[in-house]
Design a protein around this ligand. Structure first.
Ligand SMILES: Cc1ncc(COP(=O)(O)O)c(C=O)c1O
Length: 401
């Protein structure tokens, strides 16, 4: 929740910008670190959700690992304090250069997504005389009951290796001399809100698959259950910290593990979504034929989730909240400046009467926001502003002075 003095300081800052509530980040990360220790579960932060250096430095300082999906993420995570032996690297399309960089850095494990990838990694490891540690990402064919663009564990998705290739997979692992088999990796989707149901199902399927691989003579030392825990986009203040407890309890109750087996998880969104808001200003208020438009200076180039997935973000008029009179409310279509009809923050949103210059907060913007920003329409990239460094933020210029 943004307090009065913070909002007052926003008045001097050039918009749009991503505002990071560092207290909330610290509370969330500390809470997860404590739960992970209690449940003996290793946490790898899914770097793709947000690559902001200050966030990564805090997360790595708490002993978390990093889950990366590109060579640049691997190098960036390492430069932000994640030791190489706590970095895992997934992704269906790793280039030779990316494999080389990760191999020579000595990462904890490649999460391999195809038989050919294992073959190529083994060849490269052979050439450079380094043993590669690999996990195999399995497609468990589980419905995560989430948006189809963030469902990853169904046979129709491109991720992981499916059951029909298991025999060949085991043969390749057993024959590949430059590979150390680290374990099995799963990830069924993102923004999972039916937490106990979906993760219990995932664990049950994982138990069967682990048993199968061990019967074939492979020791599964590590079981990585992926990420996906959902956050509350409707009520970011009421549920500022995602339900990690239910997630970890569900895993503990359902996963079968020997004392020598380690369980890993890879939360991205749930660690960082709620700690950031995209702060924007109303540029113009326009009456259309049938509706009123609030035109903001932040658009789909800054945060593409609404345009890409039809995602909902709570939007607040911060300036109206500070006004002393009680304004009437009005329905607005809140839109961005980009020349695309999909550049809509929310249709028919009820807000206090809003005027040019009002500061608006697009909440829960910390995950899959800034990382997907683009320079479409040659817009500038919105900078980061941190709650503990407000004085360093770029100042607004008054063109009417
Ligand atoms: C392999 C893998 N692990 C973890 C994550 C993180 O998911 P989330 O941000 O939903 O926790 C993703 C996201 O797509 C992923 O692909």
């Amino acid at each position: 929740m943004l307090d009065f003095s913070t909002i007052e300081q926003f008045d001097k800052i050039a918009t749009p910008f991503y505002y990071y509530d560092m207290d909330l980040l610290h509370k969330t990360v500390d809470h997860v670190a404590e739960l992970a220790e209690r449940h003996n579960i290793k946490v790898h932060y899914a770097v793709k959700a947000n690559v902001e250096r200050r966030l990564l430095e805090y997360i790595s300082s708490k002993g978390f690992g990093a889950d990366c999906v590109s060579g640049n993420e691997v190098l960036h995570a390492h430069s932000c304090g994640f030791p190489a032996d706590r970095i895992v690297y997934a992704g269906v399309g790793k280039t030779d250069k990316e494999i080389y960089d990760a191999l020579t850095l000595g990462i904890e494990a490649f999460n391999c997504e195809s038989l050919q990838e294992i073959y190529v990694i083994n060849e490269m490891a052979h050439r450079y005389g380094i043993k590669a540690s690999i996990s195999v990402r399995i497609n468990p064919d589980i419905d995560a009951h989430t948006h189809k663009y963030v469902t990853t564990g169904l046979y129709e998705n491109k991720f992981g290796i499916s059951q029909h290739e298991f025999e060949k997979l085991i043969e390749i692992i057993q024959k590949s001399e430059y590979i150390d088999f680290f374990g099995l990796h799963f990830h069924v989707g993102s923004q999972i809100t039916r937490v106990s149901e979906v993760y219990a199902l995932e664990c049950k399927r994982v138990n069967e698959i682990v048993r199968y691989f061990e019967r074939q003579g492979l020791t599964v030392k590590n079981i990585n259950l992926g990420g996906g825990l959902g956050v509350d986009y409707d009520d970011p203040d009421g549920n500022a910290i995602a339900d990690f407890k239910t997630w970890f309890d569900t895993i503990e109750a359902n996963i079968e593990r020997r004392p020598d087996q380690m369980v890993h998880v890879e939360p991205g969104r749930s660690l960082v979504a709620q700690c950031a808001s995209l702060i924007s200003r109303v540029l113009f208020v326009k009456s259309g034929e049938t509706k009123n438009f609030l035109i903001m200076d932040a658009g789909m180039n800054d945060l593409i989730r609404p345009a890409l997935y039809g995602a909902y973000h709570k939007i607040e008029n911060l300036s109206a909240e500070q006004r002393t009179f009680f304004p009437t409310h009005q329905a607005y279509d809140i839109v961005g400046p980009v020349c695309e009809s999909s550049d809509v923050w929310g249709a028919g949103r009820l807000l206090p009467l809003s005027v040019r210059g009002d500061l608006m907060a697009i909440r829960s913007a910390g995950a899959y926001g800034q990382v997907m920003a683009s320079r479409y329409n040659m817009k500038d990239i919105a900078p980061s502003v941190f709650s503990d460094e407000l004085g360093k933020a770029p100042q607004i210029k008054d063109y009417f002075e």
